[in-house]
Design a protein around this ligand. Structure first.
Ligand code: ADP
Ligand code: MG
Length: 383
């Protein structure tokens, strides 16, 4: 599989640029196992950098131009490193342009190159193809420029590229996950101090992605509205972020908050605590706790944070009825895209077949259902 993918990309490279790529880099997507919208509230997220990733095949071209081919979109773009501007026609190129801009603003050397980008992370589906693209680009610039930078600092710069250049107000979760993945581990990320704890799941529990294949609607504008509600809640409670609020304090002061803000805060405070609890439950192989935490998370996303959608509700039903399921919940920012299930590792085929059938019968949409493994962070590699 890996060799086939390499050859497919190398062939595209030869066709575009007439030579062999000299350098390969990869960066993984991620799924949040627990912790929706907790990152910008500086809470906990249990994140899994996944075996679906973005590859870049590269050759330094000795000029000040970056030439890119996006295989998933069958589109080309190029830009000059001496005058980087945002483009409105090739939105995807802004992720690479943004990374280059931020690196330059840090005084880091950026060199021209030719590249083919290809990803097995589904685009715009909540598994963070955008961060994978940013992080793989940053790794390439670092390698070609011959400078050093630790993974954490790199993640922060990639986040800045998405915030300031692309104009998406995301938290640190996606870039952090893509840069800091470790073999066989999920990461319990504390978004307040950016410390992580590596979490090894007890044997026998598989992580299965269930893509609703229904596009995320309103995800950008609704995302900003949720952030605003959280900021309002924190301001009324007199704290810098919801991370500073315990469930007890929130319960005692709930009546000071407008109802909608109170619901948002309730979800975030509980969801952050659940990320920590799920880490412990997975390490211990405590299936009953995994089931309960996932059920609470799904209900909270639907009823309190209101980021569900009809397709996600239908998918949840399909997952919960399927053989081998331990627990399931939404993933990503909501409003469509991917969900995640914990499944008995012996039963993933039966689980997939049942979800496919039930979900298709309910919605008329063919889902994509596949297990994922933990993956290491963004790096140069030899495929
Ligand atoms: P997500 O990060 O959940 O996949 P986003 O909306 O944040 O969704 O980012 C998706 C966008 O990132 C795509 O619309 C595209 O512009 C860009 N992108 C990500 N991966 C690739 C890729 N492999 N090739 C081209 N563009 C990509
Ligand atoms: Mg994204």
């Amino acid at each position: 599989m890996q060799l086939e993918r390499r050859e497919y990309i190398a062939e595209l490279f030869r066709g575009r640029y007439g030579s062999e790529p000299q350098l390969w880099a990869r960066a993984p997507g991620r799924v949040d196992l627990m912790g929706s919208h907790t990152d910008y509230n500086l809470g906990y997220v249990l994140t899994l950098p996944i075996s679906r990733d973005t590859w870049m095949a590269v050759k330094k071209n000795g000029t000040r131009n970056v030439r890119l081919h996006a295989a998933n979109l069958n589109e080309d773009d190029s830009f000059s490193l001496d005058a980087i501007e945002k483009t409105s026609t090739k939105k995807w190129s802004n992720y690479a342009r943004g990374v280059a801009t931020v690196l330059q603003s840090e005084g880091l050397q950026t060199d021209g190159f030719d590249a083919v980008i290809q990803s097995t992370v589904p685009l715009e589906s909540g598994l963070s193809s955008s961060a994978a693209l940013e992080c793989v680009t940053a790794v390439v610039f670092r390698e070609l420029g011959g400078w050093n930078m630790a993974a954490k600092a790199m993640a922060a710069l990639c986040q800045r590229a998405e915030n300031e250049f692309v104009g998406v107000n995301c938290g640190i979760l996606d870039q952090y996950s893509s840069c800091l993945g470790q073999e066989e581990c999920a990461l319990l990320l504390d978004c307040r101090d950016l410390s992580t704890r590596a979490v090894r799941t007890a044997g026998g529990i598989a992580v299965v992605i269930c893509n609703t294949m229904s596009p995320r609607r309103l995800s950008g504008s609704e995302y900003d509205l949720r952030r605003a509600d959280c900021e309002r809640g924190a301001a009324i409670l007199g704290v810098s972020s919801l991370r500073e609020v315990t469930a007890e304090v929130l319960a005692a002061r709930r009546n000071e908050l407008p109802e909608q803000v109170a619901k948002r805060c309730e979800f975030i405070v509980a969801e952050s605590a659940r990320a920590d609890s799920l880490a412990t439950a997975l390490e211990a192989g405590n299936r009953e706790a995994v089931a309960r935490l996932c059920a609470e998370s799904f209900a909270g996303a639907r009823d309190l944070y209101e980021i569900s959608s009809p397709s996600m509700v239908a998918m949840h039903k399909a997952m919960q009825e399927a053989p081998g399921v331990i627990g399931s919940r939404q993933a990503g920012a909501g409003f469509g895209g991917c969900m995640v299930a914990f499944v008995d590792a012996q039963s993933t085929d039966d689980f997939r077949d049942a979800v496919d059938k039930t979900y298709f019968n309910a919605t008329g949409l063919r889902p994509e259902v596949y297990p994922v493994r933990a993956a290491t962070g963004a790096a140069i590699f030899e495929p």
